[in-house]
Write a protein that binds this ligand. Structure first.
Ligand code: NAP
Length: 246
């Protein structure tokens, strides 16, 4: 990977994940000039080491203009696996500006053989497949909840970092930021009578406990598969990426 053009600036990390923060810390500790870009959706984000910019770029064109002005020698797309728009924009903008791009992409989860999941391609499909009378636990982010509003025949407990206004009155909303323990997830699911866990296949350790708890309790898991992303050279861990960078 190397430093590329000597006249170029530092490394731009497209962030918003724990891995992006770990990566920024490791790169800053190694003396790299790092800027992390955040979407700016969370009012009190956990801030990474190094410089931080916040807010959308204005599509692929806006990002290309930013890259042309800032001239980072490398862009690392360390966004969430479900943040498909920014990943597509990054691929297009880097191609257009000749900026090297790699992705940090945590491996997807796989179902335990003795507790198979119901796999669906979209959040809408997850909302449609819930049986009438189900009590669903939604841990899919506050921006993905709308498809479940049209299921008044089910009950919902939704957990997210920040609770938005406008949720249906009969929903239970929980504001919390992971990681969560398996015991706590089990206690929560039992107390709330959860019958179905709806999850995106985010991968990683931080939120895996909910899947363990669901398996422990025999709760059905509806798993939304990852969206397709542009083909970009990818690393499955911060360590693997750093080993290649140095
Ligand atoms: P998205 O749908 O891929 O992106 C929507 C728009 O938000 C992009 O077009 C871009 O706006 C802006 N954006 C997204 N990530 C950005 C970044 N790192 N820096 C600057 N602008 C960014 O993204 P999303 O799913 O809404 O996720 C937003 C952020 O939350 C991401 O940084 C992601 O890593 C984080 N996150 C997402 C999830 C999830 O489940 N989706 C979970 C945890 C964390 P412009 O087009 O104007 O540039």
């Amino acid at each position: 990977m190397g430093n590329g053009n000597a006249d170029r600036g530092g490394i731009l990390i497209l962030g918003g994940t724990g891995e992006a923060r770990a990566l920024a810390a490791a790169l800053v500790a190694r003396g790299h000039e790092v800027t992390t870009s955040l979407a700016g959706r969370t009012s009190a984000p956990s801030l990474p080491a190094g410089a931080v910019r916040s807010g959308g770029f204005g599509g692929a064109e806006g990002l290309a203009a930013y890259l042309a002005a800032q001239r980072p020698h490398l862009v690392i797309d360390a966004t969430h696996p479900f943040a498909a728009r920014i990943s597509a924009n990054a691929a297009a903008a880097c191609r257009r500006t000749g900026t090297p791009l790699v992705r940090l992409e945590r491996p997807a989860w796989s179902a335990p053989p003795d507790h198979p999941w119901i796999e669906v391609a979209t959040i809408e499909a997850a909302a449609a497949i819930l049986p009438s009378g189900a009590t669903g636990f939604l841990s899919i982010g506050r921006q993905e909840l709308a498809p479940f509003f049209s299921r008044p025949d089910c009950r919902f407990v939704a957990r997210m970092i920040e609770v938005p206004s406008g949720l249906p009155a009969d929903w239970t909303a929980i504001a919390a930021r992971g990681p969560f323990s398996r015991d706590d997830e089990r206690a929560l699911f039992s107390a709330r009578g959860i019958t179905h866990l709806v999850s995106k296949n985010s991968g990683g350790d931080q939120t895996h406990a909910k899947l363990d708890a669901a398996a422990d309790l025999g709760i059905a898991v509806i798993m939304v598969a990852r969206p397709p992303l542009p083909p970009v050279r990818s690393f499955s861990s911060v360590a693997a990426l750093l080993a290649d960078l140095i």
